[in-house]
Design a binder for this molecule. Structure first.
Ligand SMILES: *Cc1c(COP(=O)(O)O)cnc(C)c1O
Length: 392
């Protein structure tokens, strides 16, 4: 029998604060009640602060992040439209794959896993596309499979430098509300996120934000859509009521999540994530191991993918951590299966929880025959935490 909490260090779903659990412990409610619309409208208004937009329009679908991807594509484009995208991890790959499966023409740049959006290649391709045949550019802000954060401002600049009118769609499922993101400043047309990562909620909401330009493109787009249709959802952001049954329980949780994020302050939330991530990176250095992310410019503050030495199997480390130490580490997906384990460090976490993840990883690696000195990573993270001015 296992006692105590399971240590949840996967990069989503993340740990749910007690306040949010309590906010969701309520009877089911009437989603057509006279006061429900005002509740939704306040949520949508507050989401704008998280997206850092004044002109953008948030929308909430009962779905996961994947539904948000589909909503972005099918509401703004027409069959056969050309999309520029890049794949450098399982999530960026899956979004590119979705574009192909939905019948769009895909210009797909495959990049070595461990690097991010190839901004220079985007710049060249956009500059060469003088006929403006590319209608949308996709960028994964934080590739969760490899722990790589990309330069979205750089993608914006590439579009601007080329004078290219294509829309910019960003996957922010594992970055929003954890890593700085600026919808308006970076000229993002659709930002896609979900409930179970930075928002510290269960899975079940696709949370997106669309620019006025994307809403214009929507009017001209002829792609068939139904469940994810923006025209049906339009009612929710004018009156606060949904075209179908909303996930009311999750919306109550989202209300609490937003209140907690604003109480901590978004900038403090970002600083905390950076602080905790730095602790993990210090531990990885102390172990003499390498991150999958191939340089500091790619380091993610929400997830670290840690490479085990050649000849060892990361899957064993993850299984051992779970079975023996009741702690969940993130697995290696697809190309990096068996090569990496991941520590998710996003959401409702503090220094001591991070030390648990590091200590467990040390024991599980030791048990699996990987030569790391017990306590070395913990000590490195402790030293970082003790010596920093960070106030939690
Ligand atoms: C988790 C994640 C997704 C997928 O979201 P689901 O909620 O599982 O559909 C997409 N992109 C990134 C970067 C993610 O981390």
């Amino acid at each position: 029998m296992k006692t105590g909490y399971n240590g949840l260090f996967i990069p989503g779903p993340t740990n749910i604060p007690n306040e949010i659990v309590q906010a969701m412990t309520l009877r089911l409610e009437d989603m057509r009640a006279p006061d429900f619309g005002a509740f939704t409208l306040a949520l949508l208004e507050d989401l704008k602060k998280v997206f850092k937009t004044t002109n953008g329009q948030p929308m909430i679908f009962p779905a996961s992040g994947t539904g948000g991807w589909e909503s972005a594509l099918t509401n703004t484009l027409s069959p056969g439209d050309k999309i520029l995208c890049s794949a450098f991890g399982q999530f960026s790959h899956l979004w590119a794959d979705m574009c192909a499966r939905l019948g769009f023409e895909v210009v797909r740049l495959d990049v070595e896993w461990g690097k991010g959006v190839p901004v220079e290649d985007y710049a060249r391709i956009l500059a060469e596309d003088t006929g403006h045949t590319i209608k949308a550019v996709l960028a994964c802000h934080n590739e969760t499979a490899t722990g790589v954060t990309s330069d979205i401002a750089g993608v914006r600049k590439a579009l601007d430098d080329a004078g290219h009118p294509a829309m910019l769609f960003v996957d922010g499922v594992s970055s929003l509300a954890s890593i700085d993101f600026r919808m308006d400043e970076w000229g993002v047309d659709v930002m896609v996120s979900g409930s179970q990562k930075g928002f510290m909620l269960p899975t079940g909401l696709a949370i997106i934000c669309v620019s006025q330009k994307a809403l214009e493109a929507h009017k001209a787009s002829s792609y068939p859509r139904c469940f994810f249709s923006w025209e049906d959802m339009q009612n929710s952001f004018t009156t606060g009521y949904f075209p179908y049954t909303p996930a009311t329980t999750l919306l109550r949780g989202l209300r609490c999540s937003l209140d907690m994020l604003f109480a901590e302050g978004l900038d403090n939330v970002f600083a905390r994530h950076n602080h905790l991530a730095t602790g993990v990176r210090k531990a990885v250095d102390a172990w003499g191991l390498k991150l999958c992310a191939q340089g500091p410019q790619w380091h993610s503050d929400t997830v670290s993918a840690i490479m085990v030495p050649e000849g060892h199997d990361a899957t064993k480390v993850i299984a051992r951590a779970y079975e023996r130490y009741n702690t969940s580490l993130g697995s290696g997906l697809s190309q990096v299966a068996g090569k990496v384990f991941r520590i998710g460090h996003l959401g409702w976490l503090n220094e001591i929880m991070i030390l648990q993840a590091i200590a467990t990883a040390e024991m599980a690696m030791g048990d699996s025959g990987i030569p790391v000195e017990l306590g070395s990573g913990v000590a490195a993270a402790q030293a970082h935490f003790m010596n920093s001015n960070f106030a939690s």
